[in-house]
Design a protein around this ligand. Structure first.
Ligand code: ADP
Ligand code: MG
Length: 265
C-alpha cells in the first residue's frame, strides 16, 4: 500500500427491491479502503453481499445518500474504464477472435486500429496467449477464455480490477495455474484487485488482505491480513492454520453442528 487510497468505500448500505420478498438489505454500512496495488479477497457465505459490493464498485448499483464510494478520489457514478471486470461466465463474443475480443473496447473508445492491436497483443502475451490471437472462443479451453477476459479487462490499464469468482468454473488444476498466472500479472502491472471467492485456500493464496463478510444483512465481519511470502504453499502449516481461522470467521454465527455440514462455504 502506498500513497492515497485508490478505493474508498464509506458507510455503504445497499437495498434491493425484492418484489414479493420486500426490501432486501444487501449491504449494511460497509466501510473499507484499499491502496494502490492492493489485493483484497472477499469471502463469505452465499448471500452476504460479495457480488453486490463488487457491482457497486463497478458502477452497476446506485449509491444512496449517506454512502460514498470513490476510486482515486472520484465518486463512482456508473461503469468506467478505470475499473476492469472479470466474471465467472466468460462473456466473450463468440464471433470474435481472442485478439478482436480484447480490441473491442478499445475500438469503442476510438483507439486507432494499429495501436489497439498492438496493445491487445501485449496483454494477450502477458496472460501467455501468444499464438492464440486468431483463435475463436470455441477453440479455447475454459482457462484460456478466462485469460482472454483478463487481458480484455487490463487492456485499458485500469486502476482497479474487479473479479467475481473468475476461476470457479474451471477444473482444480487449471484453477491453480490461473491463480499463479494472476499473481504474476498482478506483480507486473500492479492494479488494485478486489476478488470474490468461495474458496478460502484461494483467498489465502492470492490476497494481501481477506475481508470476511457475514449475511443478513451483508456486512464486514473481520479483515484478516495475509503476510506470507510468495509464492505461497497451500500445505505450509501456517497457511492451513490461517485457513482454519478464516473458516471459523466465515461460520462464526452458526452452531458448531451446522458448521460440520457446511464446511464448504
Ligand atoms: P453474494 O455474492 O455474497 O452471494 P449477493 O451480493 O449476490 O451475495 O446478494 C446479497 C443479497 O442481495 C442476497 O440476499 C441476494 O438475494 C440479494 N440480491 C442480489 N442481487 C439482487 C437483485 N438484483 N435484486 C434483488 N435482490 C438481490
Ligand atoms: Mg456472488
Amino acid at each position: 500500500m502506498s500513497g492515497e487510497a485508490t478505493v474508498e468505500i464509506d458507510n455503504l448500505s445497499v437495498f434491493y427491491d425484492g418484489g414479493a420478498r420486500g426490501r432486501i438489505h444487501a449491504l449494511d454500512r460497509v466501510s473499507i479502503s484499499a491502496g494502490e496495488g492492493d489485493f483484497v479477497c472477499l469471502v463469505g457465505r452465499s448471500g452476504c453481499g460479495k457480488s453486490t459490493l463488487l457491482k457497486t464498485l463497478g458502477g452497476f448499483v446506485p449509491i444512496e445518500a449517506g454512502s460514498s464510494v470513490t476510486v482515486s478520489g472520484t465518486p463512482v457514478r456508473g461503469p468506467g474504464r478505470d475499473r476492469g471486470m472479470v466474471f465467472q461466465e466468460y462473456a466473450l463474443f463468440p464471433w470474435r477472435t481472442a485478439l478482436r475480443n480484447v480490441t473491442f473496447g478499445l475500438e469503442q473508445a476510438n483507439v486507432e486500429k494499429g495501436e489497439a492491436e498492438e496493445r491487445a497483443r501485449e496483454y494477450l502475451s502477458l496472460v501467455r496467449l501468444d499464438g492464440f490471437e486468431e483463435a475463436y472462443p470455441h477453440e479455447l479451453s475454459g482457462g484460456m477464455k478466462q485469460r482472454v477476459a483478463i487481458a480484455r479487462a487490463l487492456v485499458y490499464d485500469p486502476q482497479i480490477l474487479l473479479m467475481d469468482e473468475p476461476f470457479a468454473a474451471v477444473d482444480a488444476f487449471t484453477r491453480q495455474q490461473l491463480q499463479a498466472l494472476l499473481i504474476d500479472v498482478w506483480q507486473t502491472v500492479k492494479p488494485t484487485i478486489f476478488y470474490v471467492t468461495h474458496d478460502i485456500m484461494e483467498a489465502i493464496y492470492l490476497a494481501e488482505r481477506i475481508v470476511v463478510m457475514s449475511p443478513q444483512p451483508g456486512k464486514i465481519h473481520q479483515v484478516v491480513p495475509v503476510g506470507f511470502d510468495r509464492p505461497r504453499d497451500p500445505l505450509d502449516s501456517k497457511v492451513t492454520s490461517l485457513a482454519q481461522d478464516v473458516r471459523d470467521l466465515v461460520f462464526h454465527d452458526l452452531e458448531s453442528g451446522s458448521r460440520q455440514e457446511k464446511t464448504r462455504p
